[in-house]
Design a protein around this ligand. Structure first.
Ligand code: ADE
Length: 418
């Protein structure tokens, strides 16, 4: 089995961490047990390009239990947990190509290793795997009949391919399932981003001013958690609807130019490029902390910051100091890459349980349905989404009411009124 991981000395640590995460992933565990019996992915090669974490380990273990021949590669150069990668190879016989801190060349050599596997199904987080196929289809398209996509940024890229009529196979947008983005993007990103900032810097958030750039599901989560820890939160937005929502959620909303002056800590979660730029760095306070939790490292102009700096030096793990002319300093976390995965461990397993239940069940769904699917981006079927919510509630010991016959009739009729 081919693989590329950093250090087999980390195998034991990786295994115990994978088991620890498994304790918090009861829905995925149910799926794994059923997959083991039913083998819905038997005979299928599956290439997954995901953050290599203990939660992802539990997903690929479930996919293997379902009969899939899985290769796992990193979806970000900084997010790999090397102990997990080592354990997956040694303890679980899963081919992993991922090394924390890998450069672009090695990152793409891993993507090509995933494609050389000749997958029937692709599983992406950010669409780097699928876009690599679309850039060189003659080389890589071969056996693929469908894929799944984990994140907002990936879904946007795939919808762009679809709109241009260039999408080559159907993809399920796992991100768009309610049991994914309502929870993972909001509570997962909310907590793990704050976790990354605190682990990197050990700052006190109470009393500090945190600027959250972007008020999508992720931004809402980060803003709510920062507020919960006592920070004054400022939101910047380009969408009037989201900005209005932020105002009514009790946050100050203003243009970046103004927020740049006020913030102690900045977090970008827009999914867009060039959000914090030179003109903003020039306005920032001395010792401002700048971080990103959007999928790609394009939200903060790190190249611009480097050019402006008279000196750059690491000051802590995941923290670089940029000394600007005139004496001010800016601290950049996790090189401007996902701070929650670069400086912390990503979203907690409890929430990834639902995201990855969606992945596993979507893989099963496309394995059965692919012949009937068009070259489009599909939503996760609503019955899968609801079932995951039902199982998650059950695992948490929460029961809810059901509709009475009278209520069902009322909801399906139009006659009853004033
Ligand atoms: N994305 C965000 N958090 C993650 C995690 N813990 N595992 C895999 N992907 C993630």
């Amino acid at each position: 089995m081919k693989h590329d991981v950093a250090d087999f000395g980390l195998v034991r640590k990786g295994k115990t961490r994978i088991e620890w995460a498994s304790n918090q992933m009861p829905v995925l565990e149910l799926i794994r047990k059923r997959f083991l019996k039913e083998k819905p992915l038997k005979g299928l090669r599956l290439s997954a390009c995901l953050h290599v974490t203990c939660e992802t380990a539990n997903l690929v273990i479930a996919l293997k239990a379902g009969g899939a021949d899985v290769v796992l590669v990193a979806s970000n150069p900084l997010s790999t947990q090397d102990d997990v990668a080592a354990s997956l190879v040694r303890d679980f016989g899963i081919a992993v190509h991922a090394v924390k801190g890998e450069d672009r060349k090695r990152y793409y050599s891993h993507i090509y290793a995933a494609l050389d596997h000749g997958p029937h199904i692709t599983m992406d987080d950010g669409a780097d795997l699928v876009t690599a196929i679309h850039k060189e289809p003659a080389k890589h398209k071969r056996n693929i009949f469908a894929g799944t996509e984990e994140t907002t940024t990936g879904v946007i890229r795939l919808r762009s391919l679809e709109a241009q009529g260039r999408l080559m196979f159907p993809i399920v947008a796992v991100n768009d399932a309610d049991t994914k983005h309502f929870f993972d993007n909001r509570y997962g990103t909310g907590q793990s981003t704050i976790d990354g900032i605190i682990r990197a810097t050990n700052i006190l958030l109470a009393g500090s001013t945190v600027v959250v750039c972007g008020y999508g599901w992720c931004g809402r989560g980060v803003a709510a958690r920062a507020k919960g820890l006592g920070a004054r939160v400022i939101v910047t937005e380009v969408d009037p609807l989201k900005a209005l929502e932020a105002v009514m959620d009790g946050f100050q909303v203003m243009p970046m130019e103004e927020a740049a002056r006020r913030g102690d800590v900045f977090v970008t979660v827009t999914g867009n490029t060039g959000v914090i730029r030179r003109e903003h760095f020039l306005r920032m306070k001395d010792r401002a902390i700048v971080s990103n939790s959007g999928h790609f490292d394009v939200e903060i102009d790190t190249a611009g910051l480097r050019k402006m700096a008279v000196k750059v030096r690491p000051v802590r793990d995941s923290v670089q100091e940029f000394a600007l002319p005139g004496g001010r300093r800016i601290y950049l976390l996790a090189e401007g890459r996902l701070v929650n995965l670069g400086a912390a461990e990503g979203h907690p397993a409890m929430v990834m349980d639902m995201s990855f239940a969606n992945q596993a069940l979507s893989a099963e769904w496309v394995a059965g349905e692919w012949k009937a699917l068009e070259k489009k981006v599909y939503r996760v079927p609503a019955d899968i989404d609801k079932e995951i919510a039902r199982l998650k509630l059950k695992s948490m010991g929460v029961s809810i009411d059901g509709l009475s016959e009278v209520q069902k009739k009322y909801l399906s009729g139009w006659e009853a009124g004033t």
